[in-house]
Structures are given as structure tokens and as C-alpha cells.
Ligand binder design. Structure first.
Ligand code: GLN
Length: 304
């Protein structure tokens, strides 16, 4: 495994087409595009890495997997009254479907859906309390109490989030948002601003590898049925309007973020995190996808 990861990192270090880093906030625009990391966490607790796998980055939309998991724990199937579970075929921050579908987001991984999920799990609590719960959950599944939120990123998101404000307001116009919009969005932005390294991120996905149990700690996080369903949503919706392409090329459930990270799950095999900040036109890590494609070719881990 170490040899495979080193080979991949070596190829990535010479890649010239690295995509464009997200530039909607200065904190992401300033990230050096020449970085690359990959980590593979195995259920037996071993982790293999190559590249700058300790380097922290903004997990952004990968956090939507964790908030969905929390929401399913709190609300069970009632989550599906709030959001659908169909691919959108539209960009992550698109508003067009919302009008046709009476303000109900297609799935929990597009921005509108993730904002609706935050609203659903707020349940009258203060944003601070919910945030503490989300962060605590991420620390728990990654088995790492050092994971934290980058406040600067969150404040920049807040200052530039006009489109997310529009999405939340539009859903509210259909009576679909129960809490004050600034509180919901403030929580959403902080959730997106969690910083993690590839190693931490790979470990955080272990519960999705082994039917809901993190075998490295022996702790059951969700039922096996729920783990399967979260994986299926990641496969169908985790890369927005690039989900079909990702399934075609990589063949694993995966969730991307505009920080350049991707969490991918090879069921019964491994949890994989890749990071390279340059994005393709859809907003998914360009080299991260190439690296996963190479890993799957070498390991035969595609689910197909
Ligand atoms: N914070 C980003 C946003 O709301 C997350 C988007 C993403 O990672 N795709 O626009």
C-alpha cells in the first residue's frame, strides 16, 4: 500500500494541469495549488499516507456527510421530509430546482440540502450548542480531539455568502426553514470551516467502511443499514453534477469539498482521503479524482 501511495504522490507532484483553487474567499484563494496528499485508513487501525497528509485544509462540503449522519441519528426517516435523495444534476449552489420542487432540496449534499439539514437538527438550540455537537461528533468518528474550526474561514464565508442566503430565504418562502436564517447559515458556515488533515479525514470515514462500525475503535456509529444508505447517497450525489463522472471513473462512494478534499469509501476495504486544492469546473478536486482513479486501478477497490 505504501508503494502504491508513493507512486501516486510522485505522479501528482509533476502534474501540470492542477485545476483552479476556489477563490470566493481569500483564505481558500491563498492556498498553494502545488500541494497533494493521500491517506488510506484500514479497519484494523493502520493508516498509510503519502504527500502532505498532516497538512490541515478546509473540509467544506465533506462536512455534509457528518451533518447528515447526525440528522439521521436525531430524526431518523423524518430527514426525508426535509430533503430528497436524488442526484440534482445541477451545480452545488444552484437555486433552479427549488422553485419547481416547492423549496425541497433534491439531496442533503447540495448547499440548499445541507442548509435544510442544519435547520432540521437545530431543534431550538443555540447555534453554538449545535456547532459544539457537530464538532464533537467529527472528533468522535475521527478519534481525534484536536480537530477544530477555522474561524477566519467561517467569517469569510459569512461575508460572501449571498447565494446561500438566497437559497435559505427561498426555502423559507415555502415555509421550509424553522429557525432564524442568520443562525442557520452561521452554523452551516462553521460546519464547512472545520479543518482536517488527510489522515484525520480518512479515519473519520472508517465507520462507513465496515457497516457502521469503526473497527479500529470497536465503536458502532450507525446501523449497517444506515451506513449503506449514506454510502449510496455519496455515490449518487457526493460530487454534484459531476457525480456520474466520478462513479464512472472511480466507482466508489465519495464526497468532495471546494477546499480540494475528497473522502471516498471502499466498502469493507478502506476509507480514503485525498487533497489537492485545484478544482475542476464543477468544483471537485482535479488531482484528487485522478489520484483516486489510480488507486482504484491498482487495488481493484471499485464497487463495480
Ligand atoms: N462553504 C461552501 C459554500 O457554501 C461549500 C461548498 C462546497 O464545498 N461545494 O458555498
Amino acid at each position: 500500500m505504501q508503494e502504491i501511495l508513493d507512486d501516486i504522490a510522485e505522479v501528482m507532484s509533476t502534474a501540470t494541469e492542477r485545476g483552479q483553487v476556489a477563490d470566493y474567499i481569500p483564505e481558500l484563494a491563498a492556498v498553494n495549488p502545488n500541494q497533494f496528499a493521500i491517506s488510506v485508513a484500514l479497519p484494523n487501525g493502520q493508516t498509510y499516507s503519502s504527500g502532505c497528509a498532516q497538512q490541515l485544509f478546509s473540509i467544506q462540503s465533506i462536512s455534509k456527510v457528518f451533518s447528515l449522519t447526525l440528522a439521521l441519528g436525531k430524526l431518523g426517516d423524518a430527514v426525508w421530509n426535509k430533503v430528497g435523495r436524488e442526484p440534482s444534476g445541477d451545480p452545488f449552489n444552484s437555486i433552479v430546482q427549488l422553485e419547481h420542487e416547492q423549496g425541497k432540496p433534491r439531496n442533503p449534499f447540495i448547499n440548499a440540502g445541507a442548509i435544510a439539514i442544519v435547520d432540521a437538527i437545530m431543534m431550538g438550540h443555540e447555534p453554538k450548542e449545535l456547532l459544539a455537537e457537530i464538532l464533537q461528533f467529527v472528533r468522535f468518528i475521527a478519534n481525534d480531539n484536536s480537530i477544530a474550526i477555522d474561524e477566519k474561514v467561517a467569517l469569510s464565508e459569512l461575508a460572501t455568502g449571498h447565494r446561500n442566503t438566497a437559497l435559505a430565504s427561498f426555502m423559507a418562502s415555502f415555509g421550509r426553514i424553522e429557525h432564524e436564517i442568520p443562525q442557520v447559515l452561521g452554523t452551516y458556515y462553521h460546519q464547512c470551516s472545520i479543518s482536517m488533515s488527510c489522515e484525520q479525514l480518512a479515519r473519520s470515514g472508517l465507520f462507513l467502511v465496515s457497516d457502521g462500525v469503526n473497527k479500529s475503535t470497536g465503536i458502532r456509529v450507525v446501523s449497517s443499514r444506515r451506513a449503506r444508505r449514506i454510502n449510496s447517497l455519496m455515490l449518487m450525489c457526493g460530487h454534484y453534477d459531476g457525480s456520474g463522472e466520478f462513479a464512472y471513473r472511480v466507482g466508489l462512494p465519495g464526497k468532495s469539498g471546494v477546499g480540494g478534499g475528497i473522502l471516498a469509501i471502499a466498502p469493507n476495504k478502506a476509507s480514503i482521503a485525498v487533497w489537492s486544492p485545484g478544482l475542476d469546473k464543477i468544483g471537485n478536486s482535479k488531482l484528487g479524482t485522478v489520484a483516486l482513479e489510480m488507486l482504484v486501478q491498482r487495488t481493484g477497490w471499485s464497487i463495480f
